[in-house]
Design a binder for this molecule. Structure first.
Ligand code: CP
Length: 316
């Protein structure tokens, strides 16, 4: 694996999940692979899980990890070519990416979308610019359109908790007070399309995700119908994709409740976190045995460690 910025970079999901399981069973077994290597973690946005789990994954592999909050601690970066840099942007990505490549053997970047300019967001300018100008592999810590490390952790969690060979997995929209990106649901959809699951998406009318991600997947606007016989409920809010970045519904009837979970086949409840209690899901569900959100977050370390291992193996 050269870069990891999309679920599309996974060649064999079963093999990757098996590697993550092996790593989880013995997280410190391969301390030599990262010896004298440095992971640079660059954040343009806040994080708890991604930052700590990816750093821990690097440490588990014997790597050093350097973390920088670029939005608050670095020079403002210019990403456009050919501009006269007479504004507030002090450094061009061309130099910045090459310089960081001299300090780090792998660069990992988090950069959220604007949610105001769909075309620009879909260009993934920040992560793609690092890929273009860095001379070392690049990992996405969540870009404008995908959160692939989260998706690997989700696939690992489903593999661990499934009780039937081909579980029914439901991705359900749920209400939220702020406009949220599409990266988590997009990558979850992509990875579920690669997994051996019966997958269905449910959301209010008008909340369709980008059809480039959801093509071929069953979609229903009837949440109760979707929940019937489900083995996993994966809740997530996203802002409107058609009316780009807008909140056009906060319908509380879409909150995941005990009554809705009762429609399922004793389903496990999943969410990438952070989660808004009693907006996305009620306290009763989140605090119940059905919730596996903490286990899911724990798997972020082993997902990241599996990806770092694949990249380090490729680097030789
Ligand atoms: N799930 C996730 O990416 O969490 P953070 O935003 O805290 O990193």
């Amino acid at each position: 694996m050269k870069n990891f910025t999309s679920v599309d970079d996974i060649q064999d999901l079963s093999e990757l999940v098996a590697l993550a399981k092996t790593i989880k069973a013995a997280p410190f077994a391969d301390k030599e692979i990262g010896k004298n290597k440095t992971l640079g973690l660059l954040f343009f946005n806040p994080s708890l899980r991604t930052r700590l789990s990816t750093q821990k994954a690097a440490l588990n592999l014997g790597m050093d990890a350097i973390v920088m909050n670029l939005n608050t601690e670095g020079w403002l970066l210019e990403f456009e070519d050919g501009v006269i840099m007479d504004g507030n942007k002090a450094e061009h990505i061309k130099e910045a990416a090459q310089v960081v490549s001299q300090y780090c053997d792998i660069i990992a970047v988090r950069s959220f979308p604007s949610l105001t300019d769909k075309q620009k967001d879909e260009e993934e300018q920040v992560i793609n610019s690092f890929k273009k100008y860095a001379s070392v592999p690049v990992i996405s810590l969540e870009g404008s359109t995908e959160h692939p490390l989260q998706a690997v952790a989700d696939a690992l969690t489903i593999e661990e908790f499934k009780t039937v060979t081909k579980p029914k997995v439901v991705l359900t929209w749920a209400p939220h007070p702020k406009a949220l990106p599409h990266a988590v649901p997009n990558s979850f959809v992509k990875i579920m399309k690669k997994a051996d699951v019966d997958f269905i998406i449910t959301h209010p009318e008008g909340y369709e995700l980008n059809p480039e991600f959801t093509s071929g997947v069953t979609i229903t606007h009837n949440q109760d119908e979707a929940f019937k016989d489900a083995d996993f409920i994966y809740a997530k809010n996203w802002s409107n994709y058609i009316d780009y970045g807008q909140i056009t519904s906060k319908d509380p009837s879409w909150t995941v409740t005990t009554e809705k979970m009762a429609l399922t086949n004793n389903a496990k409840f999943m969410h990438c976190l952070p989660v808004r209690r009693n907006m996305i899901v009620t306290d009763a569900v989140l605090d119940s045995d059905a919730s596996i959100v903490i286990e899911e977050a724990n798997n972020r370390t082993y997902a990241a460690q599996a990806i770092l291992t694949k990249i380090l193996e490729n680097a030789g």
